[in-house]
Design a binder for this molecule. Structure first.
Ligand SMILES: *Cc1c(COP(=O)(O)O)cnc(C)c1O
Length: 428
């Protein structure tokens, strides 16, 4: 299922023409499809229907309040990594008792806030943090539910900046130290050892590392259940999505979904592969997908301002860049780029670059794209996750607006920033 397609010569999100949205709301503009969010959530949730489980959407992937609201309405739980994200979830009507709190550097204020709101679990990433949570809980005169994050030392085979489950990464507690960590934490006051957590990386495109990690950690989970009565095992997020579409000839093929069988990783394959190792545990299995839910649900629209022909390259200069979508600059992220007007088959090899004074400010380099000219608007596909949430005002460009489309309904879910917004918190 894909909610972005050409219809009557122009790219649509569900029933809405993206050119119409660009004309009305201007560019740069993020546009999200409610249908895709629903589809991804439901598919993953259904794939695990056979076992006790909960989908806890990783808020950091896309934390717009309306996106969170949509997920609340589907029954989602949430994986948060800061007090600010918990605040957003509560604002959106979410229930803190369906939230887990991850991250290596939680502050006292964040821990107090999470405990006061009745968080489901604080997923601690060091013994020092467990001791600190215990201390805060004693002071607050309540019991803090915690889980340790185990680092299973498994190679996720993804970009090194988004790999988190190797012993050289800062995340979690080394597999060989984890039993001792539980033993010591069990002696600390005001802690409930509620679960076990892991997350080995992001944008995994094969099920093998997941299976390797699950098989390695499941006996530990079993042991911890027996010893301390833990009730959940979170297997993290990381399910990859398809960013790169096969570029076959013929204009229908510009934006077609890769066929299901060709995909290395689908929610169904993921579930079918790991459920056999998990179903006998008798623990609630938590899933923490971010990118899988949000990635394909959004596009970034940007207008081409200039074409500059250099001696070796053609640059298409657009009105958005690394300040709005940093994935290409940060970890060589790939986004398909298509014009809103249906391509006629002509192509060009180009660099698509933004206005920012950094050589890293590009969306693609030396890529063959359907031809487009200044004045035309293009779409960066699959920009729904780790897009707007990482946007900055670097070079003092106001942040883009965000739109949520649902069928033929259009909702402006974040206003475009103004110059006044840019300087609002500052003083002369
Ligand atoms: C980032 C993160 C996720 C989500 O990762 P995706 O690759 O977006 O699915 C899940 N769990 C934890 C602890 C994370 O830090």
């Amino acid at each position: 299922m894909h909610s972005f397609h050409y219809s009557q010569g122009s790219l649509h999100c569900e029933n809405v023409s993206l050119s119409d949205l660009a004309t009305e709301h201007g560019t740069p503009l993020y546009v999200y499809s409610a249908e895709t969010f629903r589809d991804r959530y439901t598919r993953l949730d259904s794939a695990f229907a056979g076992i006790d489980h909960e989908v806890a959407y990783a808020v950091k992937a896309n934390s717009n309040l309306s996106v969170l609201r949509l997920l609340v309405s589907l029954g989602s739980g949430f994986d948060i990594v800061s007090g600010g994200e918990l605040y957003r979830v509560i604002k959106a009507g979410g229930d803190p008792s369906k939230c887990t709190f991850a991250g290596v550097g939680k502050t006292r204020a964040e821990i107090e806030y999470a405990l006061k709101e009745g968080i489901y679990s604080i997923n601690v990433e060091s013994e020092e943090e467990a001791a600190f949570v215990s201390k805060v809980a004693v002071e607050m005169d309540l019991t803090a539910p915690i889980a340790f994050r185990v680092n299973p030392n498994v190679d996720a085979k993804t970009h090194k900046y988004i790999s988190t489950g190797k012993s050289e990464n800062k995340f979690g507690i080394d597999f060989e130290f984890i039993a001792g960590a539980y033993e010591r934490a069990a002696k600390l006051p005001n802690l409930q050892l509620k679960g076990l957590q892991m997350h080995i990386g992001s944008q995994l495109t094969s099920v093998d590392p997941f299976l390797e990690a699950v098989e390695k950690v499941t006996p530990l989970a079993e042991d911890l259940k027996e010893k301390y009565g833990i009730e959940f095992f979170s297997i993290g997020g990381g399910i990859g999505i398809v960013y790169e579409q096969a570029l076959a000839s013929g204009k229908e093929s510009w934006w077609t979904d890769q066929s299901e069988e060709d995909r290395p990783l689908t929610p169904e394959k993921y579930a079918a592969t790991i459920i056999p190792s998990l179903e006998g545990l008798g623990l609630k299995i938590l899933l923490e997908p971010g990118r899988f839910i949000a990635g394909n649900a959004g596009v970034l629209l940007t207008e081409c301002l200039y074409e500059k022909k250099g001696s070796t390259k053609t640059f298409k200069i657009v009105d958005s860049g690394m300040h709005h979508l940093i994935r290409p600059a940060l970890y060589q992220g790939h986004h398909e780029i298509v014009p809103l007007a249906e391509p006629d088959g002509n192509t060009e090899s180009v660099d698509v670059v933004g206005p920012i004074c950094e050589s890293g400010d590009f969306f693609c380099q030396n890529r063959t794209l359907p031809s487009f000219m200044p004045g035309e608007t293009i779409a960066l596909m699959s920009a729904g996750a780790y897009g707007m949430v990482m946007a900055t005002t670097y070079n003092s460009h106001p942040l883009p607006a965000e739109i949520l489309v649902d069928g033929d309904q259009v909702k402006l879910v974040r206003k475009r920033q103004t110059f006044d917004d840019l300087v609002e918190a500052e003083e002369v």
